[in-house]
Unconditional design. Structure first.
Length: 212
């Protein structure tokens, strides 16, 4: 794995070695994971690129996959359904989430933009909610960074990842391309444009969420 302060715009991890694939679950092809990165805000009330019932989270993780036969993310972004991005929202809790430490302990080495470091490999599933019973929302949308191609199958997990304020501040203390604090690296919410949103949640579960 390589951890990078990507041009002062995000913290990104590029995978090396044995590839990771995801398929089925109504996806139209086999998709290969290329990288994952984060979006976060200067304050806890903003940072995520998705909102649920009008509420934003302080941070969001994106796992970026591409149709394996298309070769790479750039090529796949020009094809309908060429990309599949899995998004996970974060919630702030009092205690540290120790499962994030294998990544966060390298952050002092990517403080400046365009710096990177090879990091010790860890199991990505360790920092994610359990996949066995993972519920999610899904819709067809676009990349949230230029060229914002309409080629993404989005899957947004219902269950959040926990993070402490101290750990979240490690992201906020990175430097952007102007050597200021790297914060608010998210795209504003977009119009729905009549997109259909589906979910694995049952009606009773949706009603429960709406009451909370």
């Amino acid at each position: 794995m390589k951890l990078e302060n990507k041009e002062g715009h995000t913290a990104e991890v590029v995978l090396k070695g044995k590839p990771i694939y995801i398929q089925e679950g109504s996806l139209p092809d086999v998709y290969k994971l290329e990288q994952f990165h984060f979006h976060w805000g200067a304050e806890d009330g903003r940072g995520s690129e998705h909102s649920i019932d009008g509420k934003f989270s302080p941070m969001e993780l994106h796992l970026v996959h591409y149709q394996h036969h298309l070769g790479n993310v750039t090529a796949a972004s020009t094809h309908p359904f060429g990309l599949a991005v899995f998004a996970f929202l974060f919630k702030v809790v009092p205690q540290d989430n120790n499962k994030l430490n294998p990544l966060l302990r390298y952050f002092p080495r990517i403080d400046n933009p365009n710096t990177h470091v090879d990091i010790e490999t860890f199991a990505l599933r360790d920092i994610l909610p359990a996949f066995d019973n993972l519920d999610f929302y899904r819709y067809d949308g676009s990349l949230t960074t230029p060229p914002c191609s309409e080629s993404v199958i989005w899957s947004v997990a219902v269950e959040n990842i926990e993070i402490s304020k101290k750990q979240l501040n490690q992201f906020r203390n990175l430097s952007d391309d102007n050597h200021a604090r790297l914060v608010d690296d998210f795209r504003p919410i977009q119009l729905e444009h009549s997109r259909l949103i589906t979910t694995t949640l049952r009606d009773s579960e949706l009603q429960h969420l709406c009451k909370n």
